[in-house]
Design a protein around this ligand. Structure first.
Ligand code: PLP
Length: 380
């Protein structure tokens, strides 16, 4: 089996699953309970936050556990909008966000907020100048995806953060779900207010994740109940999931140090091999993209045909983002980049992880080199 759909989800590290099992069986007490088992679970939960904070260079009080990226984006975006609506009702994001961001903004629009969706240039990036031009005295939030989940393109978030330093009333949120452990994001310098993480994208478990929320900043909670996670995320804490998240983050960051260059090399090998196949158009600009995502189109072909043909050979890739692949609309990301409907309709995404081998990439490339001309012959 060759798995090249790591942007949809990654295989959890065995050590992560082991740590989850161990913590579930040993520390099953409710962290809110007053007895020893409750206290031990609470202490373990705090320890996981200290571990994550140590890795990210932040304070443990700045971590709020969630069920993953979708919840994290919703909490950061809606939580800010509701908290600051007395100050202003204008929000800025981009036209190339993940569905969990776009739909959160759409729901806010339905409630009366005004949203500017910045359109990227042909490189897929938006600029700090565009953000500056969109700011009004009503703006309360700017939310930008760091690494695009379809194309791998990296947004210039540090430049946007620098710009927003001059606008202290505007909060800055980053969807770092695809960037985490692949593309560095400095949190310690304080330019960013809120950041979303999802553990299953870095070999943790599905249904786990967290947001970074700068100390002192207030959000309106979306869930109400027992007041866990500083009253921002009520519900009995997933202590074992937190243990697994801390473990996955540590292991994936170690792999970043060891294997980042190798991952980049594999990605480049794929890009070069694909660009030599007739009928293929590359959508991922090498210099501007993360090391694990390759997006290309075969304008004359339905992507499902390639995906099924590869799947029969036990090679697993996807069209666009996993959340929207079941809908056969063109990619909103590629459309916003202005590549045209045909290319936006025929995109395929290959996504790697630190566990992907050279052999797997070579085999997948060989299959594509055979398959694409064969299938193009059929649709002629
Ligand atoms: C950029 C981005 N943001 C958010 C999400 C949602 O994360 P989750 O699957 O943990 O809800 C994803 C998932 O694909 C993503 O790629």
């Amino acid at each position: 089996m060759i798995y090249l759909d790591n942007s949809a989800t990654t295989r959890p590290f065995m050590e992560v699953v082991d740590s989850y099992t161990k913590a579930s069986l040993t520390f099953f007490g409710n962290p809110s309970s007053l007895h020893r088992m409750g206290t031990e679970a609470e202490q373990l939960l705090l320890k996981t936050k200290e571990q994550i904070a140590g890795i990210l260079g932040i304070s443990s009080s700045e971590i709020i556990y969630t069920s993953g990226g979708t919840e994290g984006n919703n909490l950061a975006i809606k939580g800010t909008a509701y908290q600051l609506k007395g100050r202003g009702t204008h929000l800025i994001t981009t036209a190339v966000e993940h569905a969990s961001t776009i739909e959160a903004f759409r729901s806010l629009e339905a409630e009366g907020f005004k949203v500017t969706y910045l359109k990227p240039g042909p490189t897929g990036q938006v600029t700090a100048e565009q953000v500056k031009a969109a700011l009004t005295n009503q703006t309360i939030l700017v939310s930008i995806i760091h690494v695009n989940n379809e194309t791998g393109i990296i947004m210039p978030v540090e430049g946007i953060g620098e710009l927003l330093k001059g606008y202290p009333k505007v909060r800055f949120h980053i969807d770092h779900v695809q960037g985490a452990t692949k593309v560095p994001l400095r949190l310690a310098h304080g330019l960013i207010d809120l950041v979303t993480f999802s553990s299953h994208k870095f070999h943790g478990l599905k249904g786990t994740g967290f947001i970074y929320k700068k100390d002192g900043l207030r959000l309106t909670p979306l869930f109400h109940g027992g007041g866990q996670e500083g009253a921002l995320r009520s519900g009995t804490e997933n202590v074992a999931g937190a243990v697994a998240t801390a473990k996955a983050l540590r292991m994936a960051m170690e792999l970043y140090e060891e294997r980042h260059d190798k991952l980049l090399h594999l990605r480049n090998q794929l890009l070069e091999g694909l660009s030599e196949i007739e009928g293929v158009v590359i959508n991922t600009p090498k210099e501007l993209a993360a090391p694990h995502i390759v997006n290309f189109s075969i304008p004359k072909m339905k992507p499902e045909v390639i995906i099924q043909a590869l799947s029969k050979r036990d090679i697993h890739v996807s069209t666009k983002s996993a959340c929207s692949t079941k809908r056969s609309e063109p990619s909103h990301v590629l459309l916003a980049m202005g590549v045209g409907k045909e290319r936006a309709n025929s995109a395929i995404r290959l996504s790697l992880s630190y566990l992907t081998t050279e052999d797997e990439v070579s085999k997948a490339l060989q299959e594509l080199q055979h398959l694409i001309p064969e299938l193009l012959e059929v649709v002629k």
